[in-house]
Design a protein around this ligand. Sequence first.
Ligand code: 13P
Length: 250
Amino acid sequence: MRKTIIAGNWKMNLTAVEAKNLARSIADYVGKRSDPLVILCPPSPLLSIVGNEIAASNVELSAQNVHSDDLGAFTGESSDTMLHSVGCAYTLIGHSERRAIFNEDDDFINKKVKRVVAGPLKPILCIGETLEEREQGKTNDRIKQQLRDDLKNVRISSGEDLIIAYEPVWAIGTGKTATPDQAEEVHAYIRQLLEEIFTENTANAMSILYGGSVKPENAVEILAQPNIDGALVGGASLTMDSFTGIINSV
Ligand code: 13P
């Protein structure tokens, strides 16, 4: 059985007080419930604050980004060891905003994935095509290229060691969601590629999340698709009502 995961990517939002209050409310709401697994991805200065609030619950902590080295002169960056020491169990890698705004390329993302799978955190690798690529019929080509490059020489022992998030760039923060059929088609293709890269068993055990304007109004239909194992939620993870609405759509 694959794990169903609802992850909230807070991006660069919330102050310490707001983060503490939201994290506490979510922790109280989720409590010891483990299905779906709820993960919060606050900005790095707020990781410890959120970690403290969720410590007694089954909510897990994720970073939004990680560096590919362990320590050293990398101003502004954090390593997996460091993130683990403040309570993280997961980290996003290769979010489209990191790729587009901060020029992260597949080679750098591959280095991060290789390091993280060998350490204490589990990576949530984000991939997805742009609007231009979709309109040119190049969605599958782009997905294949990203998965092959980002997972090159990545060794895992089970499908639970890695999570994939499919986030079509054109659906992020735009209010445009892929239709459940469009999303399912890409998720099924991703699973087929994962089978080629790893093994059938590994691919079948790996959770593939959908992200891009997920909200309570569209979550039920999206999450009902056979190859969609959860959601990576941006804007709608910032308020209690909308985030719990999505958790309850599983
Ligand atoms: P939105 O839900 O705001 O579209 O963001 C999706 C996302 O990028 C999550 O990582």
